[in-house]
Design a protein around this ligand. Structure first.
Ligand SMILES: Cc1cc2nc3c(=O)[nH]c(=O)nc-3n(C[C@H](O)[C@H](O)[C@H](O)COP(=O)(O)OP(=O)(O)OC[C@H]3O[C@@H](n4cnc5c(N)ncnc54)[C@H](O)[C@@H]3O)c2cc1C
Length: 470
């Protein structure tokens, strides 16, 4: 099907949708539509024709069945914090807001599981399970605003992924509404699953292109009781990157290992406002390292070993956070980097990832490619995962260079990732802005398998059309 063949919604379509979900949950005026026409990806804006806000599986199922018969595009939206344009309704049609699916349905302390709706905000969920002494580790830097449904759609990670894994590692079972309105559970609420094709894991990371998630059963783990946090400055960026893999080689598994270039941290401190922290002008990069567990002595030993490794890599004086306030301040600086970069300049963010020991080669390659094409980049990210967010800053670059040369530079960065055994997105997804780079990673045959999977689940191509596949 030619994706440009979607019909514009008629006033009858809008009236029909109002009957399905109630007129107060169908938004059509321009001001309302504008709010849903953008997410956190660059400065992109695509207006939906209508926003629909169901809050029951039954009404959502009817909406999808209706759109499927009438060939109306449906783009799901969680909280709109995505960085790959996944929630942008680029073909118009229905913007399906999941914000009213916002309940934590149960926390099962016998089985260490929770059942939630996808519109629940990540941080709120974490806080609720904490009250039961339990832990849900995936914690994107956007945890205060992103939804669990969006996290599923991208298999989001975060600082804790290095020790605890990404969203994918905590999903047991999903309730999904398919394109034709049929409702299925993808698996079982069990820790083991060896029962046919694993549709749960197919849905995770599918970016709203195969079905709409309406319930999630998560696995939980006991909450670690202690953590220690250290900030390690370096005057040499390459040595900072080299130090990362040495920690793991020494048999230590930190619960976070974050990397920030000096500009990233400088901008973040300015942006975060009330945080007072002085950056020595000689520092080129910082590692923020956390260890967690239940035995404080053991953690202190680990910190000592980590310090030794850092010193062997010529770090400057290490700062140990000695209070909860100081820990919060350091984490705030790290979590605000993304917003700070956005507020500084027009930029493009690439979510590169390689096996962690190749981080130094990746960073060096990114800088060399930047020199070749004349762009500045500010890099930060989840160093322990080998996941480097490369923020390419427009600065004084001409529009012509930005539009024509940058894609060539990005292609080279992605080819470098592939050559190092990595890939073009570790946690932000492909969405709209990375889809044309998919052939770097996948052969024609491989992409064809993707297209065929899409066709089986969504033969009329109504679900998030124009995303993920080139
Ligand atoms: C400052 C900042 C920091 C960030 N830090 C991190 C980080 O550390 N780690 C990380 O992984 N990401 C990070 N992100 C990216 C972003 O927050 C995540 O991708 C997040 O999971 C998106 O969730 P959302 O609810 O905002 O989803 P949206 O942006 O609304 O949607 C994202 C995708 O999910 C689909 N979707 C949403 N709900 C459903 C559903 N119920 N069923 C099917 N599909 C659905 C949408 O169609 C879209 O394709 C950051 C973003 C910002 C702005």
């Amino acid at each position: 099907m030619n994706l440009n063949n979607y019909n514009k919604l008629s006033s009858k379509n809008i009236e029909d949708l109002k009957l399905l979900v109630g007129s107060e949950n169908v938004l059509c005026n321009k001001e309302q539509l504008e709010k849903y026409g953008q997410d956190e990806t660059e400065d992109l804006m695509y207006l939906p024709e209508v926003v629909v806000r169901p809050n029951t599986v039954e009404s959502l199922s009817k909406i999808l069945a209706y759109c499927n018969v009438n060939i109306i595009p449906v783009t799901a939206r969680g909280a709109g914090t995505g960085l790959s344009g996944g929630a942008l309704p680029i073909k118009g049609g229905v913007l399906l807001s999941m914000d009213r699916f916002n309940k934590i349905l149960s926390i099962d302390t016998n089985n260490l599981q929770a059942t939630v709706e996808p519109g629940v905000i990540n941080y709120n969920f974490q806080e609720e399970v904490k009250k039961q002494g339990l832990f849900y580790p995936p914690d994107p830097a956007s945890w205060g605003s992103c939804s669990l449904g969006g996290n599923i759609a991208h298999s989001s990670g975060g600082p804790k992924a290095v020790k605890y894994g990404t969203t994918r590692d905590y999903v047991l079972n999903l309730e999904v509404v398919l394109a034709n309105g049929e409702v299925i559970w993808t698996g079982a609420n069990t820790l083991k699953y060896s029962t046919g094709y694993n549709l749960t894991h197919l849905m995770i990371g599918s970016e709203g292109t195969l079905g709409i998630v309406t319930k999630i059963v998560f696995k939980l783990i006991p909450l670690p009781q202690q953590n220690l946090l250290m900030l390690v400055p370096f005057t040499n960026t390459e040595l900072a990157c080299k130090a990362v893999s040495e920690v793991f080689k020494a048999g230590i598994m930190p619960s976070a290992m974050e990397f920030m270039e000096r500009d990233a941290i400088n901008w973040s401190i300015k942006y975060a406002g009330e945080v007072t922290f002085t950056i020595n002008p000689n520092w080129e990069a910082l590692l923020l390292i956390e260890v967690d567990g239940n035995d404080l002595n053991m953690l202190m030993n680990e910190c000592e070993k980590i310090s030794e490794i850092m010193q062997n890599h010529k770090c400057d004086e290490i700062l140990f956070a000695d209070s909860a306030e100081q820990k919060n301040a350091l984490w705030k600086i790290r979590r605000k980097v993304g917003e700070a970069v956005k507020s500084n300049s027009i930029y493009k963010e690439e979510d590169t990832v390689v096996p962690r020991a190749y981080l130094p080669q990746l960073l060096k390659g990114v800088k060399n490619i930047g020199k070749k094409y004349g762009f500045q980049s500010v890099c930060y990210g989840h160093a322990g995962d080998g996941n480097l967010h490369v923020n390419i800053i427009k600065g004084n670059l001409s529009d012509e260079k930005w539009d024509n040369d940058l894609p060539k530079g990005i292609t080279e960065i992605f080819e470098l990732c592939k050559s190092l055994g990595g890939t073009i997105s570790g946690e932000h997804g492909i969405g709209l802005v990375q889809k044309n780079y998919m052939p770097i990673m996948f052969s024609k045959n491989h992409l064809n398998l993707f297209y065929q999977i899409k066709k089986v689940f969504d033969p009329n191509e109504i679900l998030n059309p124009g995303k993920m596949l080139p």
